[in-house]
Write a protein that binds this ligand. Structure first.
Ligand SMILES: Cc1cc2nc3c(=O)[nH]c(=O)nc-3n(C[C@H](O)[C@H](O)[C@H](O)COP(=O)(O)O)c2cc1C
Length: 397
């Protein structure tokens, strides 16, 4: 269970979105609010999002419960306090337990993530800084506040980071840095094959899956190169972006960097064919019918399979018929270690969807069907399967 502590800061409203993200990641979420937090956002909001009453009262015991703060402390996999006020940080640092949240904190032994959020002058006050240093010494993970416009009207450091960033930080704390020392290359997005200066052939890939994999790798400590076709997505912070357009450009970008990598995850939807001729001028509307001559693009994955050596190679397959048979054949032919098979027939999976349902097949031919889940979560599930393969090779950390 994730225990989300919410304190009486102006950013408390953002904690509702954080709770929603945890729920979306299939976590059970128990919100504990300070009495001050209830002046900013109501327990009802959290109850509606998490499906559990948000707890405030330290001295109220429900049926079947023994000692509420001890039960909560024991059940928590992680405590995340967001926003964490100067007041609550001070109390935690000093070991004061005068409300349910501060009492649970003292009783718990799980990882604790604190997200300070306050006016810049307050944040920089030596008392607050000393409390943060003390909390770090006690083992808490402190997430640096962001800089920008603050609710008090001035600009400065102290803003609560966006819920997405906090969720990523929490995930990184819990998974640990098990990819530290691994150099990974991820490809993502579609390619565009020009017909003329204004038109191209492409596909429906949005890059969501590949970007989620790149982000998950960064969170887990890998050095990441993200070779991407055109997408509307920002490169995950910490990854090195390489932007390409055509399959040939992607081929060159990947082959150039392949040598220095331990792991390659190819999530891009690369066009198999390109127009044999890309016209220099815009094609005129002259014909009632016309033929388009196509020629094959280089097969990036097959080439990498040939040069593989000790590297781990993961491919994606997207089939519309006899999916597993084709995926197994691709895994063998391209010398892959794992193949992730997208099921395009399932609603909510595949291109442009925030969720995906896949089957992961390994070299031994074993297939594992995973349930439908958000792509961010799936990225971590894939990395969980890849990690032991890296350890088996000398290239891994
Ligand atoms: C409108 C308003 C906004 C506030 N925003 C913050 C804030 O962002 N950060 C902070 O540390 N304190 C903030 N405070 C002060 C806290 O609410 C106050 O210190 C309170 O005692 C915190 O209690 P708690 O830590 O138990 O929730 C704010 C107070 C008010 C009235």
């Amino acid at each position: 269970m994730y225990l989300l502590g919410v304190t009486g800061g102006i950013a408390a409203y953002k904690a509702a979105e954080l709770a929603r993200l945890f729920v979306r990641d299939e976590k059970e979420v128990q919100v504990v609010m300070t009495p001050g937090a209830t002046r900013f956002i109501t327990p009802l909001t959290f109850q509606t999002i998490t499906g559990r009453p948000a707890l405030v009262d330290q001295f109220w015991v429900s049926e079947g419960e023994k000692v509420r703060h001890i039960d909560l402390a024991g059940a928590a996999e992680v405590i995340v306090v967001a926003p964490a006020t100067a007041n609550t940080l001070g109390k935690m640092a000093a070991g004061i337990a005068d409300n349910l949240l501060t009492t649970v904190y003292l009783a718990a032994r799980c990882p604790v993530v604190l997200v300070p959020s306050m006016n810049e002058q307050m944040y920089l006050h030596p008392a607050v800084q000393e409390n943060l240093a003390r909390l770090r010494k006690h083992g808490c993970q402190i997430m640096e506040p962001a800089s920008g416009e603050l609710a008090c009207g001035v600009s400065g450091k102290g803003r609560m980071p966006e819920p997405q960033q906090i969720a990523a930080f929490v995930r990184a704390v819990l998974t640990g840095k098990d990819y530290q020392g691994v150099r990974a290359l991820v490809t993502a997005g579609p390619t565009r094959e020009p017909l003329d200066p204004v038109r191209f052939i492409s596909n429906r890939s949005t890059g969501l899956m590949g970007y989620a994999v790149a982000r998950a790798l960064v969170e887990r400590g890998a050095e990441v190169i993200l070779v991407s076709g055109p997408t509307a997505l920002p490169c995950p912070a910490g990854a090195e972006p390489v932007v390409v357009e055509t399959a040939e450009q992607m081929y060159t970008a990947v082959v150039e960097r392949f040598e220095e990598c331990d792991l390659v995850i190819k999530a891009a939807a690369v066009a198999d064919y390109r127009p044999a001729v890309a016209a220099e001028q815009k094609l005129k509307k002259e014909f009632s019918r016309t033929m388009l001559e196509l020629q094959p693009n280089p097969d990036i994955l097959e080439e990498l399979g040939r040069r593989k050596g000790e590297r781990i190679l993961v491919g994606f397959a997207m089939e519309t018929e006899q999916a597993e048979v084709h995926a197994r054949e691709k895994l063998q032919r391209k010398n892959l270690d794992l193949i992730v098979l997208n099921d395009l027939t399932v609603p909510g999976a595949g291109f442009a969807s925030l969720t995906n349902q896949v089957c992961i097949i390994n070299r031994e031919g074993q297939a594992e069907n995973l349930p439908m889940m958000p792509k961010e979560l799936l990225a971590h599930r894939i990395l969980d399967r890849v990690r032991p393969l890296l350890s088996a090779h000398s290239g891994g950390a």
